[in-house]
Design a protein around this ligand. Sequence first.
Ligand SMILES: [Zn+2]
Length: 339
Amino acid sequence: MTSKRFTLSWVVAAVAALLLTACNPIPAVPPVTAGVSAPGSACAVLKEVAQDALAGTPPSPARARFDAADRKAFAVSAFGYLCELSEEVGPRESATQEEMKAAAFLMDRFTEFGYSPEKQSFRWLIKEMEFAGTSRNIILELSGRGEGVVILGAHYDTTPDSVGANDNASGVGVLLALAERLARPPWSDQAGSVFPFTLRFIAFGSEETGLHGSWHYVDQLTDAELADIWVMINLDSVGSGTTLLAVGNPWLTRHVSEAAEREGVLLTTSRRGTSVGFSDGFYFGDAWVPTISFAGNDISRINSPVDTIEFINPVLLGDTAVLVLDLLASLEGLQCGCR
Ligand SMILES: [Zn+2]
């Protein structure tokens, strides 16, 4: 049981930590709240705190497709889902009951948004370690007005003993916020979305054991299905730091640089590799699918017990959502020609 006094002091500390996070997203030492479990209503409280922390979001440039209110709304929504996944679902180690609980959480959320998500189960094996497990990818689609598929992916599992606020409740939080928004007008109506392609959302399981979910997904595609995929966008650890990084295909990095300039978002790009570190974009890139991955510029706490919500900068979540959406809008009518 948590005393009222304790709860209040936790909230005050959390407010201070989040305000700190917004102004100076990398505190020098972990705040005293690190590792404290959130009480039931903590996510609602913290969501309001994040909203306050985002009050100072500067206006977007005149040429931007999305204004500051859009960015803020995405940030708050993604932060709320991040909180639910990291604080309420908690650690979700690959191929465990906890990962299954996280999968159920995601199935519920996507269904609430109006999608028909499917679980794709798979079994993986690491022979050298005699280590095996069963996991699942969660897959759902928003049909568009033309041929082709764009994949937006993020893994939802964690390493043991980590709530994975940044790695990767942040990516899943943005994925959920985008899925929720894009299912509604003006982005979608009964006929589907405004995009000239099908947007396929995938929450990958068992990334932390060696990209098993994304490997399985790419491996089971037919050549024709693989050829239909225009682009893969991967979100992994987008919540900590001061700026975003985007790594991947030159054609995509150019478009995302233009999007960042248009939206007034600070972004560093690299054309070397398919992701920051090793992540789910890898096997898509390996199969010649144009791939780009987003991450925040501070991944120092990932895969550890201190990867907690105190170190999340909600501004980056809103920036990621807006960049992805601007990139999706930029793909309209463009021919890649980059395979
Ligand atoms: Zn990750």
